[in-house]
Design a protein around this ligand. Sequence first.
Ligand SMILES: CC(C)(COP(=O)(O)OP(=O)(O)OC[C@H]1O[C@@H](n2cnc3c(N)ncnc32)[C@H](O)[C@@H]1OP(=O)(O)O)[C@@H](O)C(=O)NCCC(=O)NCCS
Length: 160
Amino acid sequence: MRLPFRVVQATCHDTDTIVDVVNSDRLYKTVIPSKFYKDPFLTSEELKNYFATMDLTFFLCREGASVLGVGALIGRKDGDGQLGWIFVVPERQREGVGSALVATIERQARARGMPRIILETDGGAYWAISFYQSLGYREYKRTDHLWGYQIWIQKALSPP
Ligand SMILES: CC(C)(COP(=O)(O)OP(=O)(O)OC[C@H]1O[C@@H](n2cnc3c(N)ncnc32)[C@H](O)[C@@H]1OP(=O)(O)O)[C@@H](O)C(=O)NCCC(=O)NCCS
């Protein structure tokens, strides 16, 4: 029997779990040419460094002792929020885990007075673009990169 899942704020003890969930991804490998694909996508050292240098709050979606997905709110210097590392383990995608993570992050961003949330993803990541569109996010910019383009997506947040 499946337990109800819940989204909780990560602690400093969750670093390896976050890295494992991020590195479980199989989708980006299908659109990023192998010579540009960074494998592993994220290391514990990199994540610790991001925690030390960025305004970063990570969330986990838990089902009992299992972690089904992760995602972060980044506080930007311009006052906006940014979504980072929203990843759901492949075998539990399309069950609402990603939506639950983003809903929690949006609540947190609203409570912090952030007027807007933005994010960037690979222009070929049709699944991610569809996911964010389903949550009310819209494209506002494209920037070139070595094998294609990055797409920038935004959503205005109503005040709390
Ligand atoms: C993108 C991702 C986070 C979505 O998480 P999820 O838990 O599977 O998403 P949800 O179940 O909440 O999906 C909500 C809606 O988003 C859209 N969506 C989600 N995955 C999709 C896919 N693979 N293709 C097309 N639309 C998709 C659908 O409209 C879906 O509603 P539906 O299932 O009722 O049709 C997940 O696919 C993932 O981890 N992908 C790899 C990492 C990644 O791309 N992260 C985004 C980084 S910017």
